[in-house]
Design a protein around this ligand. Structure first.
Ligand code: PEP
Length: 262
């Protein structure tokens, strides 16, 4: 049985003060026993990380904090970049890698994403888990080649990286045409690709490991569609953008994941 994950990606929203208020609202509406059933992750902008972590620690909430990005080099002349050690030091246990906005707007290639996944998995400090995002554009979806496209993204991101433990990796299937558009993939569409990702993981890492790795869906997940998505056998939670910016909707998504475990 895989423990589901509900992860909120705030993207470039919320100053430190706003992030503290939102985290406090989430915390106030959060029952401590939720995290027995679901792993909850908040991914704020980098400058908010420490403050968000501080609120969660003060309130003794077992909610994880994740970064939205990192660079693969350990230190040096990389103006504007943030290392794995820095996000770890700020309190992160997870880091989103290869989000379609990073790929499309900032030109991240499969090779760079592979370097980032490696830097996170091989980090020598406390465990840092990449949330590896993959997903096809509308043009690829309409061409019919989306399974091949997405599984190639997974293969490229994991090339040459040893994964020994299923907790070292989370995958998020995020069809680009569903991100921030209000157009969610149907549960069947999402399940089809998440199952293909799991088969791809089985080919790379072996069936036993693939059965344990969490595969999330992301793309306009909300309170109205979460149940039917989480019912799918290969969908182990969600990476949530818009609906994570309001405490009540984010907590309701967590509750939905708790309910689906009971
Ligand atoms: C995302 O950006 O990861 C995402 C899924 O966004 P939204 O939920 O807003 O579609």
């Amino acid at each position: 049985m895989r423990k589901p994950i509900i992860a909120g990606n705030w993207k470039m929203n919320n100053t430190v003060a706003e992030g503290v208020v939102l985290t406090q609202e989430i915390s106030n509406n959060f029952y401590r026993d939720y995290t027995e059933f679901v792993d909850v992750i908040i991914c704020p902008p980098a400058v908010d990380l420490k403050a968000v972590k501080g609120v969660l620690e003060f309130d003794k909430r077992d909610i994880y904090v994740g970064a939205q990005n990192c660079y693969f080099e350990p230190s040096g002349a990389y103006t504007g970049e943030i290392s794995v050690k820095m996000i770890s030091d700020a309190g992160c246990d997870f880091c989103i890698v290869g989000h379609s906005e990073r790929r499309e707007i900032f030109g991240e290639t499969n090779a760079m994403i592979n370097d980032k996944v490696r830097a996170l998995v091989e980090y020598q400090g406390k465990k840092m888990t990449p949330i590896l995002c993959v997903g096809e554009s509308l043009a690829v979806r309409e061409s019919g080649d989306y399974i091949d496209y997405v599984t190639k993204q997974v293969e490229a991101a994991l090339a040459g990286i040893d994964i020994f433990d299923a907790d070292q990796l989370v995958i998020a299937y995020e069809p680009i045409w569903a991100i921030g558009t209000g157009r969610t993939a149907t549960p069947e569409q999402a399940q089809e690709v998440c199952a293909a990702i799991r088969s791809c993981l089985a080919n790379i890492l072996g069936g036993a490991m693939a059965e344990k790795i969490r595969v999330l869906y992301g793309g306009s997940m909300n309170e109205g569609n979460v149940d039917s998505l989480l019912e799918q056998p290969d969908i182990d939670g969600g990476l949530i953008g818009g609906a994570s910016l309001k405490a009540s909707s984010f907590v309701n998504l967590v509750k939905a994941a708790v309910e689906c475990q009971k």
